[in-house]
Design a protein around this ligand. Sequence first.
Ligand SMILES: *[C@@H]1O[C@H](CO)[C@@H](O)[C@H](O)[C@H]1NC(C)=O
Ligand SMILES: *[C@@H]1O[C@H](CO)[C@@H](O)[C@H](O)[C@H]1NC(C)=O
Ligand SMILES: *[C@@H]1O[C@H](CO)[C@@H](O)[C@H](O)[C@H]1NC(C)=O
Ligand SMILES: *[C@@H]1O[C@H](CO)[C@@H](O)[C@H](O)[C@H]1NC(C)=O
Ligand SMILES: *[C@@H]1O[C@H](CO)[C@@H](O)[C@H](O)[C@H]1NC(C)=O
Length: 408
Amino acid sequence: MQVLSIPEDHSQKESILSTKCRLLLWSCVLIHISVILGIVAVVIFIRYQSSFSSTSINYNIDIPCNPLEFSDYTSYPTGTVPWSINNGYLDGDSFLDIVVVNEGGTTISIFYGFGNGTFGSQQLYSTTSGVLYVAVRDMNNDNKSDIILTYTNTNQIAIFISKGNRNFNSPITYPVGNYPYWIAMSDFNKNNLLDVIVTNDHDASVTILYDYYNLSFSYSETYPVGNDVTGVSVADFNNDSYPDFVTADYTDNTLSLYINPKNGIFKNKKKIYTSPVPLGIATADLNNDNFIDIVNTNGYTFAINVFLNDGHGNFNKFDTYNVGGHSRAVALVDLNNDTFIDIIAGNSDDDFICIFLNKQNGIFEACQRFITDWNIYAVTTGDFNRDGKIDIALTTAQYTMNVLLNLC
Ligand SMILES: *[C@@H]1O[C@H](CO)[C@@H](O)[C@H](O)[C@H]1NC(C)=O
Ligand SMILES: *[C@@H]1O[C@H](CO)[C@@H](O)[C@H](O)[C@H]1NC(C)=O
Ligand SMILES: *[C@@H]1O[C@H](CO)[C@@H](O)[C@H](O)[C@H]1NC(C)=O
Ligand SMILES: *[C@@H]1O[C@H](CO)[C@@H](O)[C@H](O)[C@H]1NC(C)=O
Ligand SMILES: *[C@@H]1O[C@H](CO)[C@@H](O)[C@H](O)[C@H]1NC(C)=O
């Protein structure tokens, strides 16, 4: 018997197949589109929520000067990409001066203060390319602030000693690790000589240069921290009167905390987890319990994290506050003179600075916004008009330095 083979209907099969393929393809495309729409909706929702929440603040009238009041901002042109800012007494008068690093060029800008809240236009001083951070501190005890810079291209820090007449000695450089990002000063070994701590972004480490005296340091040590370390802040976290330090580790989503074993040589690193991408960092006692607390910004979220010290140098949980855009710069200072430290935070998406007033317990009111130029890089504070109130200066992606005077 002949078994009748049934000829397969290829064309039908193919058409079913290709229908299936088309369906698959279309559902793929649709899934992609809905994922993209979803992300856009979430972003819009977060932005909307943040703007909504800040327009509906219930100002707590038990807090002095609430809402805060600041002057409109004054805008001064800087060089290209004014990435870092600091202030001090650079020229021997008692008016605060402001220093800005122009990261996109080879200069720093100095704005000499008139002591009334206004500043002269930028005086440019030439440096080298790849300068990132500026610290201002009297390094040689002559009561004039000096300028300390990080040189990322040559893995050095440079110290410019002020002559007091708006001129500086030629900088002396000191080797540190790979891609020095941020500087802080302290006296870790408590021998009355200044030490400088530098974060080495590409080495996941910090270098401490110890005992600055007669224009040189006597020794240095390097300590491991997290990957892509950015900021560092020095404070006594366990109230033993020895300075400790904490870093923000950009790609690890951690802070690295080192407690001083009372000789300035550090041994044990403690990891503290944050929201994604900790970038800026600052420390102060936020609830007046005499223990130092930590605030970090989050480069990839619209938030800052506030860690309150449990009284033993432990930071087990954090509060989160919305700043409106990707948060970057942070400064901690008492803006309404109630002895409680407030938080100033700048973000890279908006044309305002966020101020969080302390509810006098380490918990903060929602962001109060003050208009600035767009996209804030860095913030510093000081009493620029000598009225006893702390003012704000900041740099922006508009290549400007803005000053806001405290009218509290
Ligand atoms: C140190 O400098 C500040 C600011 O310029 C000034 O007010 C103060 O009087 C100076 N102190 C001494 C001891 O010279
Ligand atoms: C501040 O002082 C400078 C220099 O004395 C003066 O030119 C300027 O008008 C003053 N500005 C204000 C707002 O008082
Ligand atoms: C300071 O350093 C210079 C150059 O190294 C040296 O000649 C001088 O003796 C040092 N001074 C003191 C007080 O140590
Ligand atoms: C911190 O240390 C100082 C000095 O030892 C002490 O007087 C103070 O009570 C301590 N503070 C707290 C909150 O433990
Ligand atoms: C801040 O408070 C202190 C103490 O209460 C007071 O002496 C000072 O005058 C106040 N400063 C300002 C600028 O209000």
